[in-house]
Design a protein around this ligand. Structure first.
Ligand code: DC
Length: 677
């Protein structure tokens, strides 16, 4: 789990009522799979409601490196142009999967049956997690691995030239290992068969069905399941849509909050109701929850529904060990429901909770006791005695950087007599960044005590995002319309504006007028050190030959380094800023609030540039404008340092057939939608 720089203590006070409707964030497991299977389809997949967390973005970046075209169209909306099974090409660099165990294991399976070598790494915590369980079966299929200490990242997957189908029995139920083998089986001729002794999550099987991939699922002995995949299927959907179901584990916090607070009714839209994930909801029903499903339907092969939840009088129950796999992440929030119920709740089969990121079982028990609730921890069980009436509250809860502990105890505070304090809520962002703003919108009373961010105690709902000055990063090739857009946005939102191309042009200008070769590195570095404000308003800056010199000097890393600090300082201007260029979203402002990637067809751009030059009384042949642009595109996007490319989370806009006004309005719409979300 990533460590926050500054702890963020949070307070949650009693609420009188929670009311409203919310869409919970997309499910992470399904988001990974939507992108991956999109890459295996010959055609276009449009994904709605993708969870845009770091792990999922890492999978998108890895698939891009393997040759898939993936673009972000708007918040949560992504377009994948797949290459078909077996269609990947060897990536140039190392695929860094960050903190994502799912991401790396699934991608290892996918590339294991491609005839090339892929290198993987991850952050410190992922590099400490073993990979052998996936490597074993993939080796049987013909892949080879070179791994640190034979088990850990960084590692190289030397993909099989002639992959072989296998029959494999999973030693322990694992959705990750199962999925890695199934993904490897996609580019393997013949039948790949997997036997799982107990059921593990089946999001992969359901997504396969959504894409029409032939996977047979049969019952084996003693509750086992046998999956048989016929390899190298035709996955050919010219256009397919996926609406990612909402994460039932995130919805759980909202559902329990509505159950235990008075006078509440909350509607949770688009919640995944996969029976292997909904053990909590079964338990809450047994406890007497007033809760029902509406609008039941299927999305991406998954059962989905809107969940309506009302305040309820809950009673204690016995939760059997067999239910643990379908609600393993939900025991912290169930314990909060149990604290507010009448009678005793006993939860069994919880050994796994002791070896999570923290000892989650101990963290729950300590948090309950700190708030005056009687809780007893057994070897693999937890017993909570419900309070008669409201829990006392008033305690400080140690979260141990566990996001689910933090959210659960903030929910407890809503129904307690005294305010509950959690020592650090910063980890909440790992799974549910909008948690606090959504809760407060429904009527909760969660406030931050983080001095570094707010300077005083403030409701976070309206704190950092809306108060922080906006920074907009715009990248794109020459004459794509990015400058016009940037100026209009700056004017509209009263932001400072920097055309970073003019900095490189200023360097080019000095060289051109001193009759020096822009390829002369020493001269270029001297010119970069010498540029001043006057250069930036020189009317010659827009000349084509200056633009060409700018493009040449911009490939020199020392020149870029000299100009970088100025750009970064500019982005920090009070009141916010818009910067446009080639590497703003990727290098200069990777943390910008909004990243746009503006493109247009070469012909359209050449027309625009031609008209612009004619307007300035400069006569040029259309053809030569076009060739110049082409050369510039080539140089700017192929150079080694900070080449022109979209940031992974940039929103792409093609302006070929759009007026400047239409582009501007589209971006205003995106900003509005992002704010509303
Ligand atoms: O946007 P422009 O055409 O005015 O930019 C001139 C050149 O400067 C462009 O060809 C590449 C370079 N440039 C860059 O490398 N990085 C930026 N952020 C902006 C411009």
């Amino acid at each position: 789990m990533p460590h926050p720089l500054t702890p963020e203590p949070l307070l949650s006070g009693a609420v009188t009522s929670l009311r409203g409707e919310v869409s919970v964030p997309g499910d992470k497991s399904i988001s990974h799979r939507a992108l991956i299977l999109g890459s295996q389809n010959v055609g276009q997949t449009v994904i709605h409601g993708l969870l845009e967390g770091e792990d999922v973005l890492g999978t998108a970046a890895a698939l891009r490196a393997l040759g898939t075209s993936i673009t972000r169209e708007a918040s949560g909306e992504w377009r994948v142009q797949g290459v078909g099974t077996g269609g990947f090409s060897e990536p140039n660099g190392v695929l860094d999967m960050g903190n994502s165990g799912t991401g790396v294991r699934l991608m290892m399976g996918l590339v294991a049956t491609h005839p090339f070598t892929t290198f993987f790494t991850g952050d410190g915590s992922l590099r400490g997690r073993p990979m052998r369980r996936v490597m074993g079966p993939l080796e049987e299929m013909g892949a080879r691995f070179v791994a640190r200490r034979n088990d850990y990242l960084p590692l190289a997957v030397i993909g099989a030239d002639m992959p072989m189908p296998i029959r494999y029995t999973l030693p322990v139920a694992s959705a990750q290992v199962k999925t890695a083998i199934l993904l490897a089986g996609l580019n393997t001729p013949g039948e790949t068969t997997i036997t799982e002794p107990e059921r593990s999550r089946d999001h992969t099987e359901r997504m396969f069905a959504h894409y029409g991939i032939p996977l047979r699922v049969e019952d084996g002995d003693k509750g086992a399941r046998v999956l048989t995949l016929t390899g190298q299927p035709e996955v050919h959907h010219p256009h397919i849509e996926i609406h990612v179901p909402g994460d039932p584990s995130s919805a759980a916090f909202l559902a329990v909050a509505a159950l235990i607070t008075p006078d509440s009714k909350v509607i949770l839209r688009n919640v995944c109701m996969n029976p292997l994930r909904t053990g909590l909801y079964d338990t809450l029903r047994e406890m007497g929850a007033d809760m029902w499903l509406e609008n039941e339907r299927e999305n991406a092969g998954e059962p989905v529904a809107d969940l309506v939840v009302r305040s309820s009088k809950l009673k204690g129950v016995d939760v059997p060990a067999e239910r643990a796999p379908s609600m393993i992440d939900e025991y912290p929030i169930l314990s909060v429901a149990a604290a507010c119920a009448k009678g005793v709740t006993t939860m069994r089969g919880l050994k796994e909770l002791k070896v999570k990121e923290s000892n989650r079982l101990a963290a729950i028990a300590d948090g309950l006791i700190a708030n005056g609730i009687s809780a007893e921890m057994g070897d693999d069980s937890l017993t909570v005695t419900g309070c008669k009436g409201k829990p006392q509250g008033g305690g400080v809860v140690k979260t141990h950087l566990d996001h689910r502990i933090a959210m659960s105890f903030l929910v407890l505070g809503m129904a307690s007599k005294e305010t509950v304090r959690v020592d650090d809520g910063s980890a909440i962002a790992t799974s549910f960044p909008e948690f606090i703003s959504i809760m407060n919108r429904l009527g909760a009373n969660i406030t931050s005590l983080a001095p570094a961010r707010t300077g005083r105690s403030t409701a976070i709902a309206s704190a950092p995002a809306s108060r922080a000055p906006m920074v907009i990063a715009i990248d794109g090739p020459a004459a794509s319309g990015k400058g016009t857009l940037a100026r209009r946005l700056a004017e509209h939102f009263d932001l400072s504006y920097l055309d970073t191309g003019s900095l490189y042009r200023a360097v080019g200008l000095r060289l051109v007028y001193a009759d020096k070769d822009p390829n002369d590195k020493k001269a270029a570095i001297e010119a970069a050190c010498a540029i001043d404000d006057e250069d930036l308003s020189n009317p010659r800056l827009r000349q084509e030959r200056v633009g060409e010199a700018a493009s040449i000097v911009s490939a020199i890393p020392e020149v870029r380094a000299i100009l970088l600090d100025f750009q970064r300082e500019f982005a920090k201007r009070p009141g916010g800023a818009v910067l446009d260029g080639r590497d703003i979203g990727t290098v200069v402002c990777p943390d910008a609030d909004l990243k746009l990637y503006i493109t247009a067809d070469l012909d359209a751009r050449a027309d625009r540039r031609h008209r612009e030059l004619e307007g300035q009384g400069i006569t040029v042949v259309h053809e030569s404008v076009l060739t110049d642009l082409q050369e510039r595109d080539e140089r700017d996007s192929k150079r080694k340092f900070a080449p022109l490319k979209p940031a992974p989370d940039a929103i792409h806009i093609d302006t070929t057939n759009l007026s400047a006004q239409a582009v501007f309005e589209k971006v205003l719409g995106i900003i509005e939608a992002t704010k509303a979300a």
